[in-house]
Design a protein around this ligand. Sequence first.
Ligand code: E4P
Length: 287
Amino acid sequence: MKPKNLQTKIFLDSGNPDETKKVIELLGFLDGQTTNPTLVSKNPEIAVRLKKGEKSTESELLTEYKNIVDEISRLIPDGSVSIEVYADDKTKAEEMLQQGKTMFSWIPNAHIKFPTTREGLAAVEQAIKKGMRINMTLCFTQEQAAAVYAATRGCQKGDVFVSPFIGRLDDQGDNGMDLIANIMKMYKVGDGHVELLTASVRKLDHLLYALQLGSDIITASFQVLKEWGEGGMPLPGDDFIYDSGNLKPILYKDIDLAKKWQEIAFSHELIDKGIEQFSRDWNKLKQ
Ligand code: E4P
């Protein structure tokens, strides 16, 4: 059962429905699941074929992705399931939008993941007009989160997630958890229509600190949720202090949420690297 005073929604970060089943069994609940091209490539059936050198056509691969999220969706019919569009450095907004429309029709509880890039934001501006629920991924900066807020103004709470990638910032020596605290502080003056989804969680302490900060949603791997569940689903007490070790602080910036998204400049090397990794992992599955 979900701990009574736990407000944060807990998602599983995985492309494997067997893990969904196991987490539900272990925790007694699951609020949602996030997938991405890398996680799909690690789906056991797909991984076996990949190892044998077997490839799929684009349409076969999309059917497989659809089947995976369909199975997950049936396991958590009241939750949310994130499905990611394909994007490389050349993919235009219109192309992402068309993919998003198709993916959104796959299951009743989809959130469509678009990269938080200029093309991704342009796609999302149209997607929300068509009533699509979205999850803006590959967020590494406070400016991107401000741009997501601005691009989705007018949406209802629950329709828009923004996913800051904590672990990847930690990997390069920056304190990823600072980004969560900074976005939460910035969003405090907003209308609450964007939910913050802490992603790229690598360890239990990330999860505990995100809970302490009051992140709307946290997505974590099977391993992290298993550790949390086996430990009795602890919540951080008042005495919990997150130890960021030698990681470099990420400082808070004053950003006006009233700006248009097109006026908010942002860049980060991890955005481009992330796009490259996701497209590479998808393309290696293809003929
Ligand atoms: C979830 O939506 C993200 O795609 C995922 O958490 C990224 O995690 P990673 O940095 O471990 O690949």
